[in-house]
Design a protein around this ligand. Structure first.
Ligand SMILES: *Cc1c(COP(=O)(O)O)cnc(C)c1O
Length: 428
């Protein structure tokens, strides 16, 4: 597989290099130079999740790693289902929260860990550095926990993620180190970028990023869009509208890649909370990020979504106009109202999924089938959901267990020197 740097098309790398490096020169994102031909899509959709996903990912990286290795990586990573649930007539939920940390990031995080293990040489040290607005951190921490020779450092905005989210990944210890930063998610993301710009530090600690900029994560996420269509009634193929609750826009990038690979989806909807840089851009063509606003859908509190250049590149490659994308932004009050309405209709959701559901409902036309992505388990946002619905939600086992454990995070300011010291300290 060949990938190129979006900021410097001369820089071409293999899958192994892209996974190891995360980012290219000038913080450029890697993008596949070519999309593979998957052959008969209907036949592919007949296969089971792991077999089909192995085929899709082998089509990208089989030449480099071998089809058998890819199949092994996929079956190690995808050990839980991605079921589709009908919510009402012609509207379905893709539940991506049945993994160990109860959010869709388990798919990408676990496949990334498998990929990194497959492409790294045994002697080099590797430090995974990632910023999280909540769920990436948990997925990455659990995916890498206990792996030899790999250290993990996770930054998150102090006080801006849910207490249970925090418990889920800041209680592991071992090779997992968590830093509560006095700042926003965007500050955390800038600190990470700064670290990658420091060539000496990068070399010294073997820096690697594991957030949604790593191409292996996006590739894994392509697979569950196929899985959704495989489960939907066949009549939905071709008139399907998929609504994606978006923050950093990795999930939507993966969906559009699935469509480019031949998945029969009519259109996608980019659904955000009031951090609406992309909806405003799609409306008036101006890229004008504002200060990030905290919301109840905090995993989407991102005003400078760093996967957006990949979406622009893909649309350009495919000859798709950006105006083919649906979009919408939802306030906290509207999110709460939607959650109550969904609950009354018999579907328990959480704020991120509810945002995607609301915009889908507003924009779905007669004759179309709608699918929205449920990116996290409702219990992951227990306080918020219980407060809105005025009822108690059960905690699934992984959350209950971590909820009772002690937080092991250190606290630091939004200051690169402090981060650097942490990165050096964890090497011992
Ligand atoms: C990360 C996350 C999102 C946003 O996904 P992106 O790929 O960053 O757009 C939405 N919902 C939940 C629950 C998340 O954890």
């Amino acid at each position: 597989m060949k990938l190129y740097n979006l900021k410097d098309h001369q820089e071409e790398v293999s899958f192994a290099q892209a996974v190891r490096q995360g980012l290219g020169r000038n913080q450029g994102l890697f993008f596949p130079a070519q999309l593979p031909d998957l052959g008969d899509i209907d036949a592919l959709l007949e296969q089971d999740f792991v077999t089909r996903s192995s085929r899709i990912l082998s089509a990208f990286i089989g030449d480099e790693l071998g089809a058998e290795t890819v199949r092994q990586m996929v079956s190690n990573a995808f050990q839980f289902p991605a079921p589709v649930a009908q919510v009402k007539d012609a509207v379905y939920a893709l539940e991506l929260f049945h993994g160990p940390t109860l959010a869709f990031k388990d798919f990408g995080g676990r496949f990334m860990a498998q990929s990194l293990a497959a492409v790294s040489d045994a002697n080099g040290n590797i430090t995974i550095l990632t910023a999280t607005s909540g769920d990436t951190g948990a997925a990455v921490a659990h995916a890498f926990y206990g792996m030899d020779n790999i250290k993990v450092v996770i930054l998150y905005p102090k006080g801006k993620i849910s207490p249970l989210q925090e418990k889920l990944f800041c209680t592991l210890g071992g090779n997992i180190h968590t830093v509560a930063v006095n700042g926003t998610f965007d500050d955390c993301q800038s600190l990470v970028k700064h670290a990658f710009d420091d060539a000496e530090l990068r070399q010294e600690v073997g820096l690697n990023s594991a957030n949604s900029i790593n191409i292996s994560r996006l590739m894994a996420q392509i697979c569950y869009y196929f899985e959704a269509v495989a489960q939907l009634p066949k009549a939905a193929r071709g008139n399907l509208v998929v609504s994606v609750p978006s923050g950093n826009f990795g999930n939507l990038t993966a969906g559009l890649l699935a469509k480019a690979l031949g998945l029969p989806v009519k259109r996608f909807i980019a659904a955000t909370n009031v951090n609406d840089t992309v909806p405003r851009y799609l409306q008036d063509g101006k890229w004008d990020p504002k200060a990030t606003v905290p919301t109840i859908s905090n995993a989407m509190d991102v005003s400078q979504p760093n996967n957006w250049p990949r979406i622009e590149e893909l649309c350009q490659q495919q000859g798709w106009g950006l105006n083919e994308l649906g979009y919408g932004a939802v306030s906290d009050e509207q999110t709460a109202e939607t959650l109550r309405q969904m609950d009354a209709d018999g579907y328990l959701c959480e704020p991120h999924g509810a945002i995607a559901y609301r915009i889908l409902n507003e924009q779905l036309q007669a004759g179309e089938t709608g699918l929205f992505l449920c990116t996290a388990h409702p219990a992951k946002f227990k306080e918020v959901v219980e407060d809105i619905l005025q009822k108690e939600i059960d905690l699934p086992a992984p959350l209950a267990k971590h909820g009772a454990m002690e937080l092991l995070s250190v606290e630091r300011d939004n200051d690169f020197a402090q981060l650097k010291a942490v990165l050096q300290a964890v090497q011992d």
